[in-house]
Ligand binder design. Structure first.
Ligand SMILES: Cc1ncc(C[n+]2csc(CCOP(=O)(O)OP(=O)(O)O)c2C)c(N)n1
Ligand SMILES: [Mg+2]
Length: 547
């Protein structure tokens, strides 16, 4: 006999959320969603624990970004609960980031009462047309007893590759009413079998290539295919570059792990194998000159339509990569190619090492990363939120453990910092969590340090304080010979802002003081901001400067 449960809409929703392994809700209060809090707050019989941990924020964007960090890091759904109207609209940049990043986030919204819709209730608006373009599924649940099935269904959609966010809103009388429903089960996620002919064609192309390269992205981590990637690369002897959550998939010391020789690799390659990431602006839109392209994606919807790869297997990445690893035929010897790339990589590393040690006044960002590398543990989670300062982070930090690097992804939304930090701290109570933040980016979410302090969620925030929107000011100067709307207050004391909210921090202006300051930050056990005054004249060297 199927088990029945009874309760108000919040109880029914939380029981479905718990069945899916969700243990926390990120939120900012609003009366429309009180029943969800009431259910989360209720003690689970026999455990003495509340049904769900409630973590609250000062701006809804942080709730959604925190839920996204949980989803990205833990490969399970993250939950944000937002009140009707402005609560939901404040969460839309977070939802959109999750959509671009294929993160399985569920946003549950409050909603004005359905029974008097059109009469002008407080915050009465239909959220669905706003969120539909940036979610895989968006719906209103109109009957209390349909809530568990709606939640489980939405989560199944979110978790099915190609993953992504989903949205449900609950009219006021629906979430406050009591009903009976079938007890929900965990979502069952279908496995998409790839076409074996396409997979073997990909394997043959790689084996026959003289100078193949792999570029592996976020879906490799999201699809739990990191081990299979390594096996495939080792079996076929292909150098591996990574982006997004793919970073760290191979430890930096692995003979096939490369980061800095990317330009040399893409110029010289005769085959580029892109796995689990789109052929977008980060990869020259999939145009690699004369090289042929194999694009391996986790769902048919992810095949590129703007370029024609030689083959594009679609399906479960673990299955596809394991099949590549099992390729039995002959293969070309790639040893010379790998050695060439290793030489380019080593030369670039040497250049970087010099920059990371440079004793300049004012401090250049490279030096900050040089010092940070000394104090970061291998499993530290590093989070980038900013412009040039974060581009440098991508260049100088080399994650060596999979799932430890959080960048905003191709949507490039500033303001992820405190939300991502919160989600990372909740995921890993004992690891180092370090946010690398531009001073401009700090303006979007720094008030959420208050949420971190109050809820005892310590993180270290390193601000690269150049007093400008650097990634905009330098290109504007280059383009027009002048700039507007690109200046910030120089040498602003962001550390004092954090101290005022109950955290700690300090300002650093000399390179020699960086190391001890970072050490103090990680030892402090409270949210701690190291405000580093950096050189406003330093611009990240890039070929295209539009962001
Ligand atoms: C929400 C949002 N607004 C604006 C932008 C455009 N943008 C990209 S980088 C950047 C400058 C960031 O400045 P800062 O955080 O100080 O880092 P810096 O480049 O100075 O190191 C801006 C404004 C964006 N990506 N996202
Ligand atoms: Mg700046």
């Amino acid at each position: 006999m199927t088990e029945r449960i009874e309760g108000h809409g919040g109880v029914l929703a939380v029981s479905a959320l718990r069945a899916a392994g969700i243990t926390e809700m990120f939120t900012l209060s609003g009366g429309h969603v009180f029943p969800l809090y009431d259910a989360a707050h209720e003690t689970v019989p026999g455990t003495g624990e509340p049904a769900m941990r409630i973590i609250d924020v000062r701006h809804e964007q942080s709730a959604v970004f925190a839920a996204e960090a949980v989803a990205k890091l833990q490969r399970r759904p993250g939950l944000a609960v937002l009140t009707a109207g402005p609560g939901v609209t404040n969460g839309i940049s977070g939802l959109t980031s999750a959509y671009f990043n294929a993160s399985p986030v569920l946003v549950m919204g409050g909603r004005a009462p359905a029974f008097r819709w059109g009469s002008g209730s407080l915050q009465e608006m239909d959220h669905l047309p706003l969120v539909a373009p940036v979610t895989k599924h968006a719906a209103t649940v109109f009957a209390t007893d349909e809530i568990p099935a709606a939640v489980t269904g939405a989560l199944t959609t979110a978790l099915t590759p190609h993953r992504g966010p989903v949205f449900l809103d609950l009219p006021l009388e629906v979430v406050f009413s009591v009903a009976e429903a079938t007890a929900p089960d965990a979502p069952v996620v279908p496995v998409v079998e790839p076409d074996p002919d396409e997979v073997s064609k990909a394997a043959r192309l790689i084996a026959a290539a003289q100078r193949p390269v792999i570029i592996a992205g976020s879906d490799v981590y999201a699809g739990d295919a990191v081990a299979a990637l390594r096996e495939a690369a080792e079996a076929l002897q292909v150098p591996v570059f990574t982006n997004g959550m793919g970073r760290g998939a191979l430890p930096a010391q692995h003979p096939l792990a490369f980061a800095k020789a990317r330009r040399t690799a893409l110029r010289g390659a005769d085959l580029v194998v892109v796995i689990g990431t789109p052929l977008d602006f980060r990869l020259g839109f999939g145009d690699f000159g004369a090289a042929r392209v194999v694009h391996i994606v986790d769902a048919p919807s992810q095949r590129a339509t703007h370029v024609q790869p030689a083959v594009s297997p679609a399906g479960d990445l673990r299955l596809i990569l394991s099949a590549l690893a099992d390729h039995a035929g002959d293969r070309e010897d790639h040893a010379g190619w790998i050695a060439d790339l290793r030489a380019a990589e080593d030369a670039a590393k040497e250049r970087d090492a010099g920059e990371m040690a440079a004793e300049t006044d004012p401090i250049r960002p490279a030096r900050i990363y040089g010092e940070l590398r000394r104090v970061l543990a291998p499993d530290a989670v590093t989070i980038g939120d900013g412009g040039d300062f974060v581009s440098y982070a991508g260049r100088y930090l080399e994650p060596s453990v999979p799932g430890t690097w959080l960048d905003p992804g191709p949507y490039g939304c500033l303001g992820t910092g405190m939300g991502y930090a919160m989600g990372a701290r909740v995921t890993y109570p004992d690891r180092q969590i370090c946010v690398l933040m531009g001073d401009g980016a700090a303006g979007f979410s720094l008030m959420d340090v208050e949420s971190l302090v109050r809820q005892k969620l310590p993180v270290v925030i390193v601000v690269g304080n150049n007093g400008i929107w650097g990634l905009e000011k330098h290109p504007m100067q280059a383009m027009y010979g002048y700039d507007v709307a690109a200046d910030l207050q120089p040498e602003l004391r962001y550390d004092e802002v954090v101290r005022a909210m109950g955290g700690a921090g300090e300002t650093v202006g000399k390179a020699a003081d960086l190391g001890p300051a970072l050490q103090r930050a990680f030892d402090s056990g409270v949210p701690y901001l190291v405000n580093v005054l950096t050189d406003p004249g330093d611009a990240y060297p890039r070929s295209s400067n539009l962001a």
